[in-house]
Design a protein around this ligand. Structure first.
Ligand code: ATP
Ligand code: MG
Length: 270
């Protein structure tokens, strides 16, 4: 099947109100010899974000980040650097203490109650420990993500079939999580993250519980999803994967971005 038919992109997406604040290149339009501005629209913008937990801990400090549509970004850094905190801000599990987090044009700290679930559906999330419901089959786990948002039954079945096919789990659809390998469980979680047709998939150490070969397979799947047009942000400690792929790498250290470069390795070169 043609990839574009698997994930049906919403043709009207360009019409939403995009907040251009913090977009790099705003100051480069005057032909000053710098590289041309990236004209892809930003899916995610963090403007000078600080997150202080109630105990006084600054988990993120003065973070500026722009992720344009279609990017594949590795988020790296030592344990405690703030990777999961950044992801929690994106799913609105936590709110920024200072600064703004803008997802697809919407400031997450200023959403009306009505808009929260709408914006939340623009993100698919994948965790290290899969977080599948043990009493539901693969198909039911994926379908449940749509049922809870009130999607009509007639729309659920084709959407679930589509993502099952995409992750290669059609044959395992009636199995329960305990009957699956770790890699298959993670593919189920990825299918669940995709079933809403999100703008961005965020994965917090998705290969952390998997052996190297299976980790590589999961990464290939995320790359394929990215090729279909979904922006991907992946936190990882897996230096081999990061260094091998030469994608954009954003490195955090004690809550600050210390490096943001395309084609970087896990560690700073030189
Ligand atoms: N709910 C919380 N309350 C207080 N401090 C927290 C909370 N959550 C995280 N922190 C602290 O914020 C800092 C960043 O934590 P975070 O979980 O974002 O790091 P991480 O980069 O994801 O680490 P790891 O690689 O171990 O998953 C750490 O110092 C952590 O102890
Ligand atoms: Mg973490």
């Amino acid at each position: 099947m043609e990839p574009s038919l698997i994930l049906q992109r919403n043709p009207d997406r360009s019409a939403s109100s995009v907040d251009q604040r913090g977009w790099p290149g705003d100051d480069t339009a005057g032909g000053n010899g710098r590289a041309p501005a990236d004209t892809r629209r930003p899916v995610l913008v963090l403007n000078d974000v600080t997150k202080t937990y109630p105990n006084g801990r600054d988990a993120l400090k003065d973070v500026d980040l722009v992720v344009p549509e279609g990017d594949f970004v590795f988020l790296v850094g030592a344990s405690g650097a703030g990777k999961s905190t950044l992801m929690k801000l994106l799913i609105r599990d936590e709110l920024a203490t200072i600064g703004s987090v803008i997802l697809d044009g919407d400031d997450l700290s200023r959403l009306s109650r009505r808009k929260v679930p709408i914006v939340r559906r623009k993100i698919g999330i994948v965790f290290q420990d899969f977080k599948l419901l043990p009493s539901k089959t693969v198909r039911e786990n994926i379908a449940f993500a749509l049922e809870v948002t009130g999607t009509p039954r007639r729309k659920i079945r084709p959407a679930v079939e589509r993502v099952l096919k995409l992750v290669g789990l059609t044959a395992q659809a009636e199995q329960y999580p305990h009957q699956l390998s770790g890699g298959e469980q993670q593919r189920t979680a990825i299918a669940r993250a995709l079933v809403h047709d999100p703008r961005i998939v965020i994965a917090d150490e998705p290969t952390g519980n998997l052996d190297p070969l299976i980790s590589w397979e999961i990464l290939q799947l995320l790359l394929r999803i990215n090729e279909l047009g979904v922006t991907v942000l992946m936190a990882t400690h897996d230096s081999d994967l990061v260094t091998a792929l030469r994608k954009r790498v954003v490195a955090l250290e004690e809550g600050r971005i210390i490096r943001d470069e395309v084609g970087g390795g896990y560690h700073r070169a030189g």
